[in-house]
Ligand binder design. Sequence first.
Ligand code: SF4
Length: 365
Amino acid sequence: MKITFPHMGNMDIVLKALLSELGHEVITPPPITKKTLSLGVQYSPEFACLPLKVNIGNFIEAVEKGADTVIMAGGIGPCRFGYYNQVQREILKDMGVQLNMVVLEPPDQHIGELLKRLRLITGSNSWWKLIKAIRFSYEKCLALDAIEKEASRLRCRELQRGDVDKVYRQGRKAIDQARSVKEVRKKQEEYIQAMQALPLDWHKKVVKIGMVGEIYTLLEPTASGYMEKHLGYLGAEVDRSLYLSEWVNEHLFKGLLSVKGHKETRKLAKPYLSCVVGGHGQESIGGAIEYAHKGFDGVIQVGPLTCMPEIVAQSIMPLIEKDYGLPVLTIYTDEQTGEAGLITRLEAFIDMLERKKLAIRQIDI
Ligand code: SF4
């Protein structure tokens, strides 16, 4: 089996580690480019959400590199994600592309369900080897999240633009190449320290922005027009409401590990949105409230154009703004999104947050 998977942030490194440990030949799709997107757009229905289109582009490019099997996450609940894989299967069939699909869906009752599905790709490997492979790849997931988080915190303070990203990219590569849990942890520490040792302006007055929204646009930088990076360059310290390790723990491991979950976040959303609307709609509302409690200056909600759960959450955001005095900017992205227009909107939002902060300071004086 030559296995591939769609890109979503640092997920390629995590899945590569898992599958390689199990003895598979792994075909990582080429990085997402304009070509990937135009392939996806060409073969997907126009109304499909952006992640589906990018995934199709990934699959086509991976097949060109020799992949014959794709592993991807499935979903349950009232949004389109649940039937993504069926739609993608049909698209590829119509194109005459041969690709077996292994869909890992959240287990309904027990972790055993997930392990049973994983059996499809574990072959003759023992359960012990599978558990070891999961542990190793999850450790990489945690390390990648940790360095990514630190990069988002420090980017706005760098004296030389691009310094933090340079170290972040080196850290990403080092974690990818690490061969043991111990080495992964060592690399995580090493690169976090390397970022903190860069020439940084610790006295700079920055605005703090929390990012909430749909998982793909939060995790995959190309899907949000590199929003997190641009916010940092524009002088904002950024925190995201969702990281890959949290999603994996919550949805695939059923919260078994002691990694931050979103139960409390959803509880906070309840007075405004009491039912599940699919995707991360509830988490977007709860996440915005959490950022208000933590004293953040503003929140950006991001999602693919026409994303149903985020549209529901967006309709509630004005209430959050009013009740918590928290400015919220909602941005949808699709294949037409241009970085220049996006930067202008982010700049205007940061400018407004800075003025608000200054006005509050003057009132206090
Ligand atoms: S969460 Fe939004 S973008 Fe993702 S599948 Fe559902 S509707 Fe599409």
